[in-house]
Ligand binder design. Sequence first.
Ligand SMILES: Nc1ncnc2c1ncn2[C@@H]1O[C@H](COP(=O)(O)OP(=O)(O)O)[C@@H](O)[C@H]1O
Ligand SMILES: [Mg+2]
Length: 366
Amino acid sequence: MSSELVIKHLMKHYAAGAKPAVNDVTITIEAGNILALLGPSGCGKTTTLRSVAGLDHPTGGTISIGGRLVADPANGLFVPPQHRNLGMVFQSYAVWPHMSVRENVEYPLKNKKLSRKEIHLKAAQALELVGLEEYADRPVVALSGGQMQRVALARSLSYRPSLLLLDEPLSNLDAKLRIRLRDDLRKIIKDAGVTALYVTHDQAEAVVIGDRIGVMKDGQLLQHDAPAALYNHPRDLFVANFTGAATVLNVQLRKAENNALGAFIDGCDTQLMSLPLEVAAQPGPAQIAIRPENVRLHALAASPRHDQHPARISSRQYLGTQTLYSLSFHGQTIDIVELGTVPRFSEGQEVLIEFPLECLTVFTTH
Ligand SMILES: Nc1ncnc2c1ncn2[C@@H]1O[C@H](COP(=O)(O)OP(=O)(O)O)[C@@H](O)[C@H]1O
Ligand SMILES: [Mg+2]
């Protein structure tokens, strides 16, 4: 039975007078959904997760799991971790080294007043879920890191928790294994049907695993959205940068024809683009963020279209399956990624660049 998690105005001060580690975080994970909590080291992800687990005592706000209040410090309410029916998976594998794979998975079932047969069945189901049924009788220490993390996952799913908490579970694995388990993890969690809070500092992991992504910085939740919404409509420059490289152009917005706003590159009178009214910003200085994957490159033409602008390729880095270009454009640098194994342009070349309006985000700086 998966449960909804509701966090309201969560606060955690480790010490009086110190900056809060978690500062007014409000977030809901619907039953059966996965939320990836993403942010740089030290932003408060683990503290949020530990507060949900009951391993940390929040200093403000409330936490409810499946409609049941489990933490409400203002009213002195705190349900200890063992009474919250949670599964947890951490960075370290945390398996019992002297036991077999099956014994590890059966271990938490033994306190649950189940028959021997039920324990065996539930453990077998959990092992099947993570693809380890054939390894059941091996000593757990004979497994690879990725497999041990699957054991930890099976163990925390075997008793059907209402909520699964994962804190950087892939961080100790090498790059290849990390990607393989990352892709499997979402399927395993979805097959188990459990609500999950998944903490990571890796944006690629967050996108693959989360139904929704919450971006944290300095204890605060900056944005909480579906992955595509977060990538295409980041609310501020921090989110734009943290969810993948973004090129930032400094511009001046000025009133143009038809009440639209023209974006002019700083210190230059060429109008870069005419912004549609829905991005309605005020005239004045602004920043335009665009991802390197979305800027278009064209060969020079005798009469370029009004939305194509001349620029020069200042450097090129060939990566085999893609090429990274750095362009200088009126004193600013623009990064562009071109997919494919054959680069179309060379260093020093004059080209035309185009910024598709639907792929850029305007942040006003006033
Ligand atoms: N037990 C603790 N005592 C005091 N400060 C802590 C403790 N745990 C974490 N912090 C501080 O709280 C902030 C958030 O930490 P944490 O939640 O671990 O961040 P993250 O998981 O995003 O890296 C950091 O500034 C960290 O130094
Ligand atoms: Mg952490």
